[in-house]
Design a protein around this ligand. Sequence first.
Ligand SMILES: [Zn+2]
Length: 99
Amino acid sequence: MPRSNRPRGHKPGADGGDDTDLSSLLSGWRRTEVRRDGQWHVQPVPAAQALKNYVCPGCGLQVVPGVAHIVAWRGDGVLGDGADIAARRHWHSHCWKIK
Ligand SMILES: [Zn+2]
């Protein structure tokens, strides 16, 4: 069973729960970081593309619209890149740095 029946053009399993432009996540600039808890893909979100509130997993506070921040998702998950991107989290840049 597909997890989402929304008629979108994304690859199966690659559809996320928010409106961050997934195709830009997949095709745009990103870097890979190795942290204490494994490998992560990290992509900066510029202020102009920060349009929603997110809860930062680092501090539990909101990442508010209009603030440049970081999107991160696991790079070593067993479920594949699509599932990991779907589980991506938005972090304050500072909170990611000190994670
Ligand atoms: Zn934070």
